[in-house]
Write a protein that binds this ligand. Structure first.
Ligand code: ADP
Ligand code: MG
Length: 327
C-alpha cells in the first residue's frame, strides 16, 4: 500500500476526493449536505438569507510554497465567515469549490481540509457542498458562505450617519506586517510569528458582529479585508458622508510596534494601507457606543460630505489594496 504522503490527487480521482470530503463533513440533522444535486436547508421564518462568495487563486492570493496548507484551509473559511459577520449575521453553511492540479499530494489536500474543518468547527458551520475539478497547474479555491439574520436587521455599508463614531474591533496592520515579513524573509522571532499568524489565520469576528447587530445604534458595518484606507471609503461613498480619522487612535498591537521599531517600518502606514485584518469596522451613535461590550476602539467620526470633495477628507486618506491597481 502507498503511504499517504505518496498519494497524488490523480490516484484518488474526483469522486475519491469528494468521498473523502463527504466522510469528514457530515451534514447536521435535518440538512441534506454533500452527496445530492443540491444541499437542502430549512428556511427559518423571520430570517433573511445572506450569501457571499470569495475566490483565492494561487500566485495572486497565496504562494503554495509559503503558506502551510492547514493555514490556507483555515483562511479560506475564515475570510468568508467574516463577510457574514460584517452584516451582523450568523453563518449557517459553506460550499467549497476546488480546482486542483492532478499531481497535488493528497496529504496537502488533507492538511487543507484539516484547517478548513478546524475554523468551521469553531463556529459550528457545516460544509454542505461544492465542486471539484482539475486545474492545469494552479490551485484555485472558491468558498460560498450562507448566513441568516432577522429580516431587515443586517448592517449595510450605506447606513452611516453624520456624527456617528467610527470604530474597529481590534488592532490593525498585523496582517500586512506579517505578509511583509514573509515576503522579505524576516527572521521569525515570537513577535514576527504572531504577525504572520494573524496573516495566515485571521479570526472572523462572528460573535462580535451578531452582538453589535443587537444594538440598534450601530449603523454601518463591514469587515476590513483591503485595509481601512480603502474600506472606509466604501462606507463613506455608500453613505454619502466624509470622515475624520484620528491617526493616534488607530489601535496597534505591541508585536507590530516592536517589529516596526526594530526594522524601521511605519506601523501607521501598515495599519491604514495594509489589508486582511478581518476586524469589523462600524459606525454608531455616541449613546450606542457606551453600551457596546464587544472590545472596540473609537478611531474617528462621520462628518457631513463637503461640497468641495466627492471623496473623504484628504487629511486622513491613505490608499488600501485594490486588486486591479498597479502597485
Ligand atoms: P454535480 O455533478 O451535480 O456537480 P458533483 O459530482 O460535482 O455533482 O458533486 C457531488 C456532490 O459532492 C455534491 O453534493 C457536491 O456539492 C459535493 N462536492 C463536490 N465537490 C465538493 C467539494 N470540493 N467540497 C464539498 N463538497 C463537494
Ligand atoms: Mg460538480
Amino acid at each position: 500500500m502507498q503511504a499517504q504522503e505518496d498519494i497524488r490527487l490523480a490516484d484518488l480521482g474526483e469522486f475519491g476526493l469528494i468521498e473523502r470530503i463527504r466522510a469528514r463533513f457530515p451534514a447536521p440533522d435535518g440538512v441534506t449536505g454533500i452527496g445530492d444535486d443540491c444541499a437542502v436547508l430549512t428556511q427559518h421564518s423571520g430570517q433573511e438569507s445572506l450569501v457571499s462568495t470569495d475566490m483565492l487563486v494561487e500566485g495572486t492570493h497565496f504562494l503554495r510554497e509559503d503558506i502551510p496548507p492547514f493555514d490556507l484551509g483555515w483562511k479560506s473559511a475564515a475570510v468568508n465567515l467574516s463577510d457574514i459577520a460584517a452584516m451582523g449575521g450568523k453563518p449557517t453553511g459553506t460550499f467549497l469549490s476546488l480546482a486542483l492540479p492532478a499531481g497535488l499530494p493528497v496529504a496537502w489536500i488533507e492538511a487543507f481540509l484539516d484547517g478548513y474543518a478546524e475554523l468551521s468547527g469553531r463556529f459550528d458551520v457545516p460544509l454542505l457542498g461544492g465542486d471539484t475539478t482539475a486545474s492545469p497547474d494552479r490551485i484555485c479555491i472558491n468558498v460560498t458562505v450562507l448566513g441568516e439574520c432577522p429580516c431587515g436587521r443586517s448592517r449595510l455599508r450605506s447606513s452611516a450617519a453624520v456624527d456617528d463614531l467610527i470604530c474597529v474591533t481590534g488592532p490593525l496592520g498585523d496582517s500586512a506586517a506579517g505578509l511583509k515579513s514573509i515576503l522579505e524573509g524576516v527572521e521569525r522571532d515570537a513577535d514576527v510569528q504572531a504577525l504572520i499568524d494573524r496573516h495566515y489565520r485571521p479570526m472572523p469576528r462572528v460573535a462580535e458582529g451578531q452582538e453589535l447587530r443587537l444594538n440598534l445604534g450601530v449603523h454601518a458595518m463591514m469587515d476590513l479585508s483591503d485595509g481601512i484606507g480603502s474600506d472606509l471609503q466604501h462606507i463613506l461613498d455608500a453613505s454619502e458622508a466624509d470622515a475624520q480619522i484620528d491617526r493616534n487612535a488607530i489601535p496597534l498591537s505591541l508585536a507590530l510596534k516592536r517589529v516596526c521599531a526594530r526594522r524601521g517600518w511605519d506601523p501607521l502606514a501598515l495599519a491604514l494601507g495594509g489589508g486582511e485584518d478581518y476586524e469589523l469596522l462600524f459606525t454608531c451613535t455616541r449613546q450606542a457606543e457606551m453600551l457596546i461590550c464587544v472590545p472596540h476602539f473609537v478611531i474617528g467620526r462621520i462628518t457631513k460630505r463637503s461640497y468641495s470633495s466627492s471623496s473623504a477628507g484628504a487629511d486622513w486618506r491613505i490608499s488600501g489594496f485594490d486588486h486591479f491597481k498597479k502597485h
